[in-house]
Write a protein that binds this ligand. Sequence first.
Ligand code: FAD
Length: 464
Amino acid sequence: MNKFLELLQSRVGSPLLTGADISERYQHDWSSEPAGVPLAVVRPGSTDEVSAIMQLCSQHGQKVVVQGGLTGLCGGGNPRPRELALSLERLSGIEEIDIASMTMTVKAGTPLQVIQEAAAAKGFVFPLDLGARGTCNIGGNISTNAGGNQVLRFGMTRNLVLGLEAVLADGTVISSMNKMLKNNAGYDLKQLFIGTEGTLGIVTRAVLRLYPKALSRCSALVAVSEFPQVIELLHKVTRDFAGSLSAFEVMWNNYYHYITDNVNGIVSPFVERHPLYVLVELEGGDQERDQALFERSLGNALEQGMAADAVVASSQREREKFWKIRDGVAEIGPFLRESANFDVSVPISFMQPFLAAIERELAAKLPGARMLVFGHIADSNLHIVCYTGRREDIKGMYAIVYGTVGQFSGSVSAEHGIGVQKLNYLHYSRSPAELALMQTLKQALDPQQLLNSGRVLSNDLRAI
Ligand SMILES: Cc1cc2nc3c(=O)[nH]c(=O)nc-3n(C[C@H](O)[C@H](O)[C@H](O)COP(=O)(O)OP(=O)(O)OC[C@H]3O[C@@H](n4cnc5c(N)ncnc54)[C@H](O)[C@@H]3O)c2cc1C
């Protein structure tokens, strides 16, 4: 062990992992971005230890990659060979549930599912939810400003964090463990660490918002003939359900029929085929009253021509069948090898021309290309799967889709962040002035470029 690692070991209570002791788990996230074995893995068990580690790293100019549950999809937590991996896995646990304030105070390495279950045990819900819930950590969720399944009603992670504690690159601890919704006393410093993917500081603790558990849930699958009617339907149910609309998942026919025609056990409840399908849900406080409101609203939508057909779920089993169609994307990997998956956003008013432009470009540049589209359109979020079956076309698909996102004032990252994967495309969604301000913030908080260097903002990765 070299001198630096000996000093590092003296500052933390748990053994450093080096050489063969660094298991596969610390070597990459869920992306297929370049990764390697880090210099060592350090696993602090307290904020003080994180601070001591960063003081030492800043004295020695040691670069650090921060690791949560490593379910990230953009390569942000992937170590480079000379980096120190700082894993938050031992900084885990719930410190407090404040019933009156409806808040939960947690350590950054706490898995999301543990937080959800602890909230449920007290009759609350922590509404952040995503497929990686069992493995991802709240620190990772905060750093990537995770979205997931309930953004329409509760917002992204940013909306669910009231207070936060973070350690800067020089070891300074910034503790803003606020529990109040209103607090305009100066800058809202926690925002520096939400969605900045560990480039400005290491999140160590957070105060989260809890909500009362919903007592009712109504679901329907609605068939629609044209995209403008999808928007009308969205406006109608938003108005009719008065804040209780909890899902509005739109599936274009290319996606819907691909799933219902190809994936075993997934069937469409409609006899006829339609251009668009919407999974609509309401969550409220009274099943009988809400069901009546839900069915009346959809009945009106049918009468007014916003919907061509609709099937209301009469049981949990039926609801699950609808969601299986929406979540069927997880099952298509074996059919669509060498596909490119995009999670982008564009203003709703641009969605139709945006998709038409991509289709045109794909047809012109990549013969035989197909695309499948679905999305949480109320969040402006579209998921696009493009494929030709040829691996060599993937780069071309990235250029076409991200380039078109830029033309339509969209975002190359609706969720998941930039990491290293989208570094080359960030300029499609951010102006030179915005990028320069990001660099200024980075320079001010981490002048030695120690934290997650080369992620989000360009920086020479070969130097690491
Ligand atoms: C099956 C599956 C489904 C998913 N669904 C969604 C989804 O619906 N919505 C969504 O947004 N994402 C989704 N993701 C992506 C991923 O789960 C999220 O980005 C998640 O928030 C990452 O958390 P993590 O703890 O695994 O972070 P990691 O992968 O460990 O890290 C992600 C980034 O955050 C940084 N980081 C981690 N912890 C900290 C910390 N404490 N302080 C500072 N920086 C830190 C890392 O350096 C890295 O840059 C999904 C992933 C999978 C595998």
